[in-house]
Design a protein around this ligand. Structure first.
Ligand SMILES: NC(=O)c1ccc[n+]([C@@H]2O[C@H](COP(=O)([O-])OP(=O)(O)OC[C@H]3O[C@@H](n4cnc5c(N)ncnc54)[C@H](O)[C@@H]3O)[C@@H](O)[C@H]2O)c1
Ligand SMILES: [Zn+2]
Ligand SMILES: [Zn+2]
Length: 384
């Protein structure tokens, strides 16, 4: 089959690789009808996440049709249409039972490596380095889905791929980011980043009843989509972002701040200057700005992805008494309620899609998405 594979920093190729097969009784194999490129894939492309190996198949936002079913599998049958969460979870361990699916204790075959880095293992993830298991990803014609009785959700025929694809990752991620803010009807929420995650987060904050949402970016078409989604928008390129936020909030600051940027942040945050003294290649300037922006005793929610140890403004967090909530998304926790919201027309997450391509155009489109060229906000790939 054809798949998009990582071959080093900035080097994604469309390769011919062996078809996946059932390896465990709980597996299914799907024929991928739609998959997407995520901001997290840019961190991998950019060499920011350790333990990628040449030839690794990319992709963790995937859906398709079930074509093979493991001998012990009873949830799906051939022909079912399913969306696959990027988190691989067993459903049986202590963490899964608590609903903490992205830190499943059992699905990462490289648990020891993860525990050495983070103290404990985290869950296996599709297409996301060997630190999270080295599972082949879903930017491919076919995908083997392990623990398929726990992760994937069957979707009704009357909903299009574009309406439901983002249940695999960024819609639940946006919802969790908003959920972490414990939104009250009087709340003002500031969101750093108007990428796909930031844009969906605006909708989720409003759905959860926020009074005001103020979004920040400097890419015009993304800022325009943020306005259309219901946010007031501040232009990062105008500088002095903290001043802009204070002016917009009568000096009070937001009740919660969401950092939906992650490691590819641009700008020259305090920590970017300090960073030169550290070995990390990460660039937490949006994180600095988010920490500064949050009002005392507010909540900082960080869906933005970080991998290695980085310098963090702990003084500001401690002195202001901030509550920090973060994590890879516990996708399975949100699947049913969010599918219902799509089905009854409360939200159509597809509004962010700007590009639709085949696998062969994938390598070029990775660069277009990374460089924010051609008005690119979200890319959907049809591999078959
Ligand atoms: N926690 C999770 O489970 C999870 C899931 C999906 C994505 N993510 C992460 O969410 C983040 C965003 O993903 P995305 O797909 O929207 O990525 P993206 O790269 O398309 O969007 C990031 C946006 O942030 C903007 N930006 C950069 N620096 C900024 C700054 N200093 N202030 C304000 N805006 C700034 C960029 O212009 C861009 O529009 C990434 O780190 C991604 O890895 C996390
Ligand atoms: Zn993702
Ligand atoms: Zn588990």
């Amino acid at each position: 089959m054809q798949a998009l594979c990582w071959h080093g920093k900035g080097d994604i190729r469309c390769d011919t690789v062996p078809d996946p097969r059932i390896e465990d009784a709980r597996d299914i194999v799907i024929k991928v009808t739609s998959c997407a490129i995520c901001g997290s894939d840019l961190h991998l492309m950019d060499g920011q996440i350790p333990t990628m190996e040449s030839g690794d198949i990319m992709g963790h936002e995937t859906m398709g049709e079930v074509i093979e079913v493991g001998s012990g599998h009873t949830k799906f049958k051939k022909g079912d249409r399913v969306v696959v969460p990027f988190t691989i979870s067993c459903g049986e361990c202590r963490q899964c039972k608590m609903g903490n699916f992205s830190v499943c204790e059992r699905t990462n075959p490289n648990a020891k490596m993860a525990a050495e880095m983070y103290g404990y293992t985290t869950a296996g993830l599709f297409g996301f380095s060997h630190l999270t298991g080295g599972f082949p990803g879903g930017q491919a014609q076919y995908l083997r889905v392990p623990y398929a009785d726990v992760g994937p959700i069957k979707v009704p025929e009357n909903l299009t791929d574009e309406q439901v694809l983002f249940l695999s990752d960024i819609f639940p991620t946006a919802y969790q980011a908003a959920d972490h803010c414990e939104i009250k009807p009087t709340d003002t929420i500031v969101i750093f980043g108007c990428g796909p995650v930031g844009l969906l987060t605006i909708k989720c904050c409003l759905l959860l009843g926020a009074k005001r949402v103020i979004s920040i970016d400097d890419v015009p078409e993304r800022m325009e989509l943020a306005r259309q989604a219901g946010a007031e928008v501040l232009d990062h390129s105008k500088g002095e972002i903290q001043k802009q936020i204070l002016e917009a909030t009568q000096g009070l600051g937001p009740d919660a701040v969401i950092e939906a940027v992650g490691m590819e942040a641009h700008g020259s945050g305090v920590m970017n200057v300090l960073k030169s003294a550290f070995t990390s290649s990460e660039r937490p300037s949006a994180l600095d700005e988010a920490i500064l922006a949050c009002r005392p005793c507010g909540i900082l929610s960080v869906p933005g992805v970080y991998g290695a140890a980085i310098p963090v403004m702990m003084g500001a967090i401690m002195q202001k008494g901030l509550t920090v909530k973060t994590g890879q998304t516990h996708v399975q926790r949100y699947l049913e309620p969010l599918l219902k919201m799509v089905a009854n027309g409360k939200i159509d997450p597809g509004f962010i899609i700007t590009h639709r391509i085949g696998l062969k155009e994938g390598p070029d489109m990775y660069k277009t998405f990374r460089d924010k060229k051609d008005g690119c906000v979200k890319v959907v790939i049809h591999p078959n």
